[in-house]
Design a protein around this ligand. Structure first.
Ligand SMILES: [Zn+2]
Length: 157
């Protein structure tokens, strides 16, 4: 079902209809900030600027998969005991149809003690156990200098 909202363009102040969901909402000129005319100009101009940063998940041993899983369980328990709903990112698990590994468990964590503002991901397979799991750190790759550093989240607006 499509959802439309009346908006005012941040540049030309024209009133326009923004499609918040449904077929067509992914069109580039359907912007929550700009009317279709201004959005077209903005995105055409941005096409001339190459991407300068990419992200990559890199295997890490510190913290380990076990430590990340334990931290997430600790947070879930603390939230439950405080009468709160534990919020976590939902990731689609993989299923090994050969039956060898079972179901994959995954999680993404931030605010890990000792790693301020860094994002980690873990994955482990049910039948191999969390000990055999893998931890990843989200890295920022500078495509110009090829330097990398842990990815840090900042507001984009
Ligand atoms: Zn406009």
């Amino acid at each position: 079902m499509a959802s439309f909202q009346q908006r005012r363009c941040q540049h030309c102040l024209t009133r326009y209809s923004y499609q918040a969901s449904g077929p067509g909402s992914h069109e580039q000129t359907n912007s929550g900030q700009w009317c279709p005319v201004c959005a077209e100009v903005v995105y055409t101009a941005l096409k001339a600027i190459p991407q300068r940063v990419a992200t990559e998940w890199v295997v890490t041993t510190e913290p380990s998969c076990q430590e990340l899983v334990a931290l997430e369980k600790e947070r879930a328990t603390a939230a439950r005991e405080a009468g709160q709903v534990f919020a976590r990112r939902v990731l689609a698990p993989l299923f090994d149809m050969t039956g060898e590994r079972g179901t994959q468990h995954q999680g993404i964590l931030t605010r890990v003690p000792g790693y301020a503002n860094t994002t980690f991901r873990y994955e482990w397979w049910e039948k191999k156990g969390v000990e055999a799991g893998v931890a990843y750190v989200k890295m920022e790759i500078n495509l110009v200098s090829n330097e990398s550093q842990p990815w840090q989240e900042f507001p984009t607006r």
